[in-house]
Structure formats: C-alpha cells, structure tokens
Ligand binder design. Structure first.
Ligand code: PLP
Length: 439
C-alpha cells in the first residue's frame, strides 16, 4: 500500500499574499484608503483595475494534493477555512475581497458574506445553538430576527430570555442568571447573547460594555459570544467590537450597499467565532453571489462619503422637525432626552446616523396623510440608501409583532421611520414641511 499523498508541502498561490500590508512608514492606513485596492492584485487579473466578476460554480485545482488540502480547510480538518478557491457555495474571489474589506471596517480578524442580512443572522444563530440552549437578546429586534428566535428556534428546543435595550448592569446580571437557570432546567447552555443597537425602529441603544461585563461575570470571557446587529450605525458610526462585542452582523442591504439595489448580509469577528459560522454556511449555502459581492465592493469605496453626507442631512432635517407643531417628538440619536441613553451614546457612538423615528401628533391616519403627501422622500421600507425613505413600522415592518409587544417596545401608531439620504437637505426640509401641512 502506498502512503497517502501529503497535502502540506505546496502552498497554493493566493490572489494576494496574506497578511497584506496595511501600513505605510508606520502609518496605519484608514479604511477609506484600503477600500480602493485591499485584497486585489490587478496583475493576477490581466491588469484589470477593478476585480472581474468571477461567474463560475467551481475552481480548477492546480494538482490533486492542492484539492485535498483545500478540502481539509473546508471540512475543518485545517482551521480557518479553505486556503484556496474550491466551489462557489464555499468561497469565490469577489466574496473573499469583500470579506477582507468588511473586516477592516469592523476591526475584525475575519468576515463572512451572505445573500441577505437575515441569512447572515439565521446562519449565525443556528451555528451556535443546540437543543435546550437559551438565546439572550435585547429588544426591540428587527421583526424577522425576533420572529426567528421566538418561532423558528423554539421548534428545535431553543428558548430565549429578552431584556429592554437600555438595561443597566444590575438588570443584565439578573437577566444572565435567569437565562442560566432556564438553560440548566432545559439541559442546555446560554449559547449566545444577541443584541441590536440601536434597535429597529425606536433607536434605543444597548449598553454593550455592560453586557460584556455581565456576560464575563456570569460565564467568564469564554462564555457565550456577544453578537450585535450593527446595521443602523455601522460601519462608520459604531464599532461594537471596541466595546466588547465578539461578533458583528449586518444587513449590507442598507448603508453598506447604500443604493437600494441589492440584498446582502455579513458577519464579522475573530476567526475562532467565524469558523463555526463558515462551516454551516459551507453546508447550507447562503454566501453572497459574485455579482452582489462586486456591487458591494463598488459601494464600499463611497460608504464613508455617503454616510457622512446622510448624517449631516439628518441633523438638519431633525432640527427642522423638532420644532414643528405637528411633531410630538423624535427618536433621533442626535437629540437624546434620556440621560442613560445619552451616556451609552457618548461611550459607543461616533455619529447619530441618518435613520430616526418621528412621532406625528395623532395616530395612523395622520401618519398615512403625511406619508402619502411626501414627494421627494419615497414611501418604502428599508434604510441607508442614497434616497430618503419613509415608512410606518406599526403597519408595515413590525405588523407581525403582536400589538401588546409593539406597545411595550415603543412602536407606536404615530411613529414614522425616516431614513435620510444624500439629497439636498433644504429640498428635503421643504418636502417634509409641505407633507406636514397636509396632516
Ligand atoms: N437587521 C436590521 C436592523 C434590519 O433593519 C434588517 C432589514 O430591514 C435586517 C436585519 C434584515 O436584512 P435583510 O433585509 O438584508 O435580510
């Protein structure tokens, strides 16, 4: 019998040698600089300045030993995923360049791209949960995330304990203890602490530092990972890994994609947290397709410009709305009225974002009149695009949330959610003014 072929001797050439240089003369390059070329070498693609879109379902191995070595990565026999390109359900050049660049924004070691934000979130949860486990989560969550935990994970014996976004350290200690007792009673463990901050659509912030301290006190630093949906403020205005989160997830459909022309998601964090998620993505599929990954690379080149401008516009629009007689209040992070929320904001956020809620005096009928009279702002769900969007969460995105729960979470009938784009701020103010006149 001959010996098995050794797959360790010939490293496969990559698109670019890793780790790639991200400094010049000791200067750490900024993400906005790295978005133009990081992870891609034109020499390997006929000099093409931009990466081609690699439309292929599978990749040819240079020899059989390389194929074996790559599959050792895919199957987890070698940690850290495949060293080379294998099959488009597992990896691809466009997705790998995208993942390298996404990780830079979050200050993460590794990132994984998905075909939607919900694919990212659900694969993440499935990767960590087992029968009898408990997911601890903040509230409110995006309705589909909350529904997935409550209605889908429960089918597999996974339960949850939730807490309001602004919970204090003492309250969080009690939540961890309750979750631990619940898990033990079910014969499982607390498998994940899942946060959304700010929460959709109220903009309530979670104290990530307090959550980290409570997790460490209850379970130690090697306890359940803290994952956070950073869709509303990321990647520019909040970097939750700096506050002690372990995993960051996104709907890239929003600010990162930024043009309302694609649907995608991502998860980032240390390799040790990404490995189980990558393994499940390899099995289930759900990786972003090459065309979408390419579009996201295009989008990442301007994400800072777009978010900066949208943030400035939102500040001007909110200044106008705040003093309007038909406006009861605003859920805007630049005008927080609660001292605890302000303290969290000061410690966690670098900007107030451009998505906020406006409470119109009245109820659903008044909100509908306002929405129906907007001309520049489009009446559509979603956020983070170049164009301004407005919607009514209670009757649209959060309609599936039971009425009592909606009230508990502050998703009132007179709440309109607005995502400000990059139009001229004064034009937007004129539009909101005339629509409010019609109320
Ligand atoms: N997380 C948040 C905060 C969202 O607002 C959304 C979508 O609106 C999602 C996740 C889901 O993302 P996707 O629509 O890309 O699946």
């Amino acid at each position: 019998m001959t010996d098995a072929i050794d797959s360790t001797d010939k490293p496969t050439p990559r698109r670019k040698p890793k780790p790639e240089k991200t400094t010049i003369a000791g200067r750490e390059l900024k993400p906005s600089t790295l978005m133009m070329g990081h992870g891609f070498d034109p020499v390997l693609s006929e000099g093409s300045l931009k990466p081609p879109i690699f439309l292929t379902s599978t990749f040819a191995f240079e020899n059989a030993a390389a194929g074996k070595r790559h599959f050792e990565g895919i199957t987890g026999k070698r940690p850290g995923g495949a060293e080379g390109l294998v099959y488009s359900r597992f990896n691809g050049p466009n997705q790998e360049i995208l993942e390298d660049r996404l990780a830079i924004w979050d200050g993460a070691e590794d990132a994984l791209s998905f075909s939607s934000g919900m694919t990212a979130i659900t694969v993440l949860m499935l990767a960590y949960a087992a029968q009898g486990d408990v997911i601890v989560h903040s509230g409110p969550l995006y309705a589909a995330s909350e529904g997935f935990v409550a209605k889908v994970m429960s089918k597999f014996g996974v339960t949850y304990v939730d807490f309001p976004a602004g919970a204090t350290r003492e309250e969080l200690d009690a939540v961890m203890a309750r979750a631990d007792a619940q898990a033990k009673a079910q014969g499982g463990k607390v498998c994940m602490v899942y946060l959304e901050s700010p929460g959709n659509p109220t903009n309530a912030l979670v104290d990530v530092e307090a959550v980290r301290d409570a997790r460490n006190a209850a379970f130690g630093e090697d306890g359940p990972p803290i994952a956070i949906d950073n869709t509303f403020l990321g990647p520019l205005w909040q970097r939750p890994l700096d506050q002690g989160a372990d995993i960051v997830c996104y709907s890239l459909t929003k600010y990162v994609g930024g043009h309302s022309d694609l649907v995608a998601g991502s998860v980032s964090g240390a390799k040790k947290w990404m490995d189980p998620v990558r393994a499940l993505r390899n099995t289930m599929g759900g990786i972003a397709d090459p065309n979408t990954a390419w579009m996201l690379l295009r989008s990442l080149e301007t994400v800072e410009l777009r978010m900066d401008r949208a943030g400035q516009n939102a500040a001007k629009v909110c200044e106008f709305l705040a003093q309007h007689l038909k406006v009861e209040g605003l859920g805007y992070l630049g005008m927080i009225t609660d001292a605890r929320q302000q303290d969290i904001y000061d410690r966690h956020c670098k900007g107030a974002g451009s998505t906020f809620s406006v409470f119109i005096k009245g109820g659903e009928a008044e909100c509908f009149r306002f929405l129906d009279n907007l001309t520049i702002a489009k009446l559509a769900v979603s956020l983070g695009g170049t164009e301004t969007l407005a919607s009514h969460p209670a009757s649209m995105t959060h309609l599936s949330v039971p009425e009592g729960r909606r009230a508990e979470l502050g998703i009132a009938d007179n709440l309109v959610r607005i995502s400000i784009g990059i139009e001229d701020a004064d034009d937007l103010i004129a539009d909101f003014d005339q629509a409010l006149e019609a109320v």
